[in-house]
Design a protein around this ligand. Structure first.
Ligand code: PEP
Ligand code: MN
Length: 377
């Protein structure tokens, strides 16, 4: 069947296998048998391939909040599997949780963001899971540290499990943001670059923190070729005992998934490919021009560095930096480029210029490639 003919993502998601595109839907927490079964029955009808999520043990910031129903809830997840055929998935944070899910024959677990930050905890979980036929999803750590995330994934990979995948749930940031957790999509690109075979699922609920933002985040994840979505869905979100603000009803979930547009990563159409190649060639040319401009700029910067050193002037002069920023951001604005992007880009360029001049100030002999190049001119 040609999957591309399917025009809504919901139809398509049902044709894709659970491995090709993993839908992880269900409430933040299991609260009661009725709540779990009510959510599961609607989700199962619309998404028979989905994994049914439900937190049994909940990591909460402050003691006294609802910390999950505990092991008793596992039997409800088993019922979900028996009654509706959905495979359940829950969070494990301690070896005792792992033992409980293994006893209940649950085949899917995730490691939460607060656990991924701690290599001791991750290693303990990996040992408890070792050799089991469980698939583990490792959420990103709360802090934007890709190495820590990779480390946790590697610990799980070495435990010879069924499969290890990643979940992108966004990062804590001190800056104010519309999102509950800043997505920092570029960090997932770093992760995929380090581990190209790894499948990454987007937890659009914990990134968004609000139902209004979930469709945009989910669509972006699909556009970036993620291999699945996690979305929290509760029959009565307002009554939810955890994450009440961000949960959506199963009906809203169906509506949301039906609205997503599926785009493909590859095409066999030679006309489309030809045009793409032509445009990419031109992008390569533009990249070359950027690089040549950077080389020219850094050569000038190194001459300025020498000049300042000779005449005992400071490397950094605030007024000059403000002038550079003003000129570049004004041109950006006039041309329609993002001012924020140009500002961030020039901060990087300026930092490198300072580093280069610092090198020149602290070098006993003239040896950098830029100086050598200048001499040979
Ligand atoms: C959750 O999925 O309900 C959860 C607690 O997630 P995180 O670890 O991403 O905060
Ligand atoms: Mn939650």
């Amino acid at each position: 069947m040609n999957l591309i003919e399917k025009n809504t993502f919901r139809e398509l998601a049902n044709d894709l296998t659970r491995d090709e595109f993993t839908c992880i839907f269900g409430p933040c927490s299991a609260e009661s048998r009725d709540q779990v079964l009510e959510a599961a029955s609607t989700i199962a009808k619309a998404f028979p391939n989905a994994l049914f999520r439900s937190g049994i043990w909940k990591p909460r910031t402050r003691p006294g909040a609802f910390e999950g129903i505990g092991a008793e809830g596992l039997s409800w997840l088993i019922e979900v599997k028996e009654l509706y055929g959905l495979e359940p998935i829950t969070e494990v944070a301690t070896p005792a949780h792992v033992e409980a899910i293994l006893r209940s024959n649950i085949k899917y677990v995730w490691v939460g963001a607060r656990t991924t930050v701690n290599p001791f905890s991750v290693q303990e979980l990996a040992e408890a899971l070792r050799g089991s036929d469980v698939t583990v999803f490792v959420k990103n750590p709360v802090n934007p540290d890709v190495s820590l995330w990779i480390g946790a994934i590697e610990r799980m990979q070495r435990a010879a499990l069924k499969e290890v995948k990643a979940i992108h749930r966004g990062f804590y940031t001190h800056e104010s943001s519309a999102f509950r957790n800043a997505p920092r999509w570029e960090l997932v690109i770093d992760l995929k670059t380090a581990l190209p075979e790894l499948k990454v699922i987007c937890d659009a609920s914990h990134i968004s923190g609000h139902p209004d933002l979930i469709p945009g985040v989910a669509q972006k994840a699909v556009d970036l070729d993620y291999q699945g979505l996690m979305i929290e869905s509760h029959p009565r979100p307002k009554e939810a005992l955890s994450d009440a603000i961000q949960q959506i009803t199963p009906k809203e979930l169906i509506h949301l998934m039906s609205g997503l547009i599926f785009r493909k990563a590859e095409t066999a159409d030679s006309e489309i490919l030809g045009r793409l190649t032509e445009l990419r060639d031109r992008v390569d040319g533009a990249d070359d021009a950027i690089l040549q401009s950077l080389i020219a700029r850094m050569k000038l910067v190194s001459q300025i560095g020498e000049h300042k050193r000779k005449h005992n002037m400071t490397i950094f002069q605030l007024q000059r930096w403000e002038e550079v920023l003003r000129r570049t951001t004004e041109s950006a604005q006039a041309s329609g480029l993002s001012v924020d992007f140009v500002k961030r880009l020039w901060e990087v360029i300026h930092n490198e210029s300072i580093r280069l001049q610092y090198d020149i100030f602290n070098r006993s002999s003239e040896s950098s490639w830029i100086i050598q190049d200048k001499k040979s001119q």
